[in-house]
Design a protein around this ligand. Sequence first.
Ligand SMILES: [Zn+2]
Length: 317
Amino acid sequence: MYYLGIDLGGTNIAVGVVDDSYQIIARAKRKTRIPCDEGLIDDLAAAAREAVENAGISMDDVPWVGVGCPGTVNRATGIVEYANNLYLNNFHLRDLLQEKLGRPVIIENDANAAAYGEYKAGALKGSDNAIAITLGTGVGGGIIIHGQVYSGSNFAGGELGHSVIVCGGASCTCGRKGCWEAYSSATALIRMTREAMAAHADKKDTPIWEITGGSFDTVDGRTAFDAMRKGDPLGKEVVDKYLSYLACGVANCINVFQPDILCIGGGISNEGENLLAPLRELVKKETYNTNGSKQTQICRAQLGNDAGIIGAALLGE
Ligand SMILES: [Zn+2]
């Protein structure tokens, strides 16, 4: 049995053929041409055909084609209702692609597809209720309840990154102020690192300034962690502040859902236990059911960027 999954992102279209042990055995890639129009269907179909060819199978060998797409993705109607970064509005992605490929197509929000991938083949495997958080440009969230993606009554649910943790706080891309995403994304960590450096611009001989070569432009999601490891109190201050926001959002997720497992992915999760061990301590103080025998496990996501492809491929399962 083979499955075909497409991860449609703001930069790339990544396609993979997945075998029945849920491993990607062949791939294909295209650039996403933005703004997207009907030419997107040609690009998706071409990449899908190339991946199938690379796997040495034919399109008839896959039961369906799964697509993970950013934005509000209505799985029931097959319409991408709104995806601002792709410039898509009420786009009939499923029907157009089905017609082109001659196979059934299933579409889902990309963060939900990634969570489903972790559930079927990664860190959330074996759980019943689970949450996947991705710390990247934004804070992506996917909720699995009783083995199914939960996206509310209108497919716009599950946007955990857009729950407010600081009322009236930092502006978010969604238009609200103080969203979790505005404090816990890699973008937010970079902003906090730069702010801390600017406030201590008189101490340019400190590790945080040395790592960055004295420039704000070279600050990334690792800078504060690296400075902390070199014993810089300013690096530690930024990391502690970041961790407190991250813990606040994670504790909110746990208090609402009490999942079996919550996994964290994205670039910042590469810090591994440097991030997760203090996070668990902070979250423990803020969550209910602290005396219960069953506690939410907080761990690192396992599939990296492949979660979206694998999850999309298995959507029909
Ligand atoms: Zn927001």
